[in-house]
Write a protein that binds this ligand. Structure first.
Ligand code: GDP
Ligand code: IMO
Ligand code: MG
Length: 423
């Protein structure tokens, strides 16, 4: 039986999923996004071009079949913008993209509700991407959502009902927005969306696998942003973990093959919430500058810190990761010493577990220091090019996590990718 491999983030997002999905794509017959929406920003760099994908799978440049799965939330306006940009790159998107009928639609009022909810939270706001993600998933769970498949059956009626509910909610939050222009723009984009191949993706995907065609499932966000197992409430509103590929695409757990867990050689987070290894000093600033750590979608500064092996081991456990991928190794090139957090000290007690109340307790990271490598890794093409200190850093991480590293990324370009173990 052909199994579906899953690639997902192990930290707080932005690990470099887009780049690696693009690199792995030629090995697969299809690529599918299983959750999240335009809160994602997946960056691909090749042939001196840089593309940021938000809802469209990162297999779009090298794969004949790309699927937006049922677990995704889709904003027609942003989708249309993104699609046109990709078509300008010479890709015939209508031919290679399929969209699940079960994906939920983000309305302009979902975005307004996202902003109003954040405002109402005041100092305890999440720092969302403002794309309407939370309110759209809330509507889905409360059984009020509007799905892509609804576009073809009494859509006007369903849309009006949804809109009026939202306007009521906004009024109760003290907002009286002018929505006419937003609505017009959205309804135009809906017409554009209807031109795509809108399918029963769960049948399509299972039949594809039955027929021996391979699939890579692309996650968005990261495990520590998962709505159930992330640093709640500072999370996104979907299941970013491996199980999310099953629910988001309608495939059985038996059909999952390799689970690629991807992480940065250090750690970042954007938005509010606990981040035990965050650095507030010059080193943190240095990581941000060297790693160009600014949000691909919002341009916000990403918070930076050393690698957190406690959180990473937790993520490996939750996802059943079988292969690790380490990104942005080159960013650490110039550091005399590199540090890895191997435990937390909380109220004088040392633990290697990620705590339930991470946002409420004071976590002091316990570090192991290792010598840096002072070598430009960006030109490395094979494992033999790696200096001993860098190999030792990888070995230390593998030992702690109990899973082998298969790919090491040494720069943003597609070609700056070193396969260190068989794929
Ligand atoms: P994603 O959301 O997980 O796809 O990651 P993002 O695209 O939001 O952020 C990753 C950023 O790091 C992008 O700007 C990539 O171009 C860049 N990047 C990816 N891999 C590497 C790497 O190995 N080294 C460096 N320096 N940059 C990388
Ligand atoms: P990719 O796929 C990093 C964060 C937001 C905020 C929280 C909730 O590019 O890795 P939301 O808009 O989802 O309700 O925001 O989640 N967040 C991300 N952080 N990368 C992402 O996606 C993110 N998507 C959401 O900053 O803290
Ligand atoms: Mg991103």
């Amino acid at each position: 039986m052909v199994k579906a491999d899953v690639l997902l983030g192990l930290q707080w997002g932005d690990e470099g999923k887009g780049k690696i999905v693009d690199v792995l794509t030629p090995r697969y017959d299809a690529v599918a996004r299983f959750q999240g929406g335009p809160n994602a920003g997946h960056t691909l760099e090749f042939d001196n071009k840089k593309v940021v994908l938000r809802s469209i799978p990162s297999g779009i440049f090298l794969c004949r079949t790309n699927i937006i799965g049922g677990g995704v939330v889709l904003d027609p306006v942003l989708f249309m913008q993104e699609a046109k940009e990709i078509e300008n790159n010479g890709i015939d998107l209508h031919k290679i993209l399929k969209i699940s009928k079960k994906a939920h639609l983000i309305l302009p009022t979902h975005r307004l509700l996202d902003a109003a909810n954040e405002k109402a939270k005041g100092a305890s706001k999440i720092g969302t991407t403002g794309k309407g993600i939370g309110p759209t998933y809330t509507d889905k769970i409360s059984r009020n959502g509007l799905r892509v498949g609804d576009l073809f059956d009494r859509f006007g009626e369903k849309y009006e009902r949804c809109l009026n509910r939202h306007l009521d909610m906004l009024r109760r939050l003290g907002e009286t927005p002018e929505t006419a222009a937003l609505e017009r723009q959205w309804l135009d984009a809906v017409e554009y969306l209807k031109g795509y191949d809108i399918i029963d993706s769960e049948y399509y995907i299972n039949e594809m696998l039955d027929n021996g065609r391979s699939l890579l499932c692309e996650g968005a966000q990261g495990t520590m942003l998962d709505v159930d197992y992330g640093s709640y409430p500072f999370v996104t509103s979907s299941n970013t973990v491996c199980a999310g590929a099953c629910t988001g695409l309608g495939i059985s757990p038996h059909r999952i093959g390799e689970v690629y867990g991807i992480f940065k050689a250090y750690c970042t987070r954007v938005g509010a919430g606990p981040f035990p290894t965050e650095l507030f000093d010059e080193t943190g600033k240095h990581l941000r500058d060297l790693g160009h750590e600014y949000g691909a979608v919002t341009g916000r500064e990403r918070r930076c810190g050393w690698i957190d092996l406690v959180a990473l081991r937790y993520s490996v456990m939750i996802n059943g990761v079988t292969r690790l991928i380490m990104m942005k190794s080159d960013v650490l090139d110039g550091f005399g010493t590199v540090r890895a957090c191997t435990a937390y000290e909380i109220d004088g007690k040392v633990t290697d577990r990620f705590p339930f109340d991470a946002d409420a307790v004071d976590i002091k990271p316990v570090y192991t220091d290792m010598p840096g490598w002072n070598t430009d890794l960006t030109k490395a093409t094979k494992p033999e090019d790696f200096p001993a200190e860098f190999k030792a850093y990888i070995a230390f991480i593998e030992k702690y996590l109990g899973v082998p590293v298969h790919i090491v990324s040494v720069g943003p370009d597609r070609t700056q990718t070193v396969v260190v173990r068989d794929l």
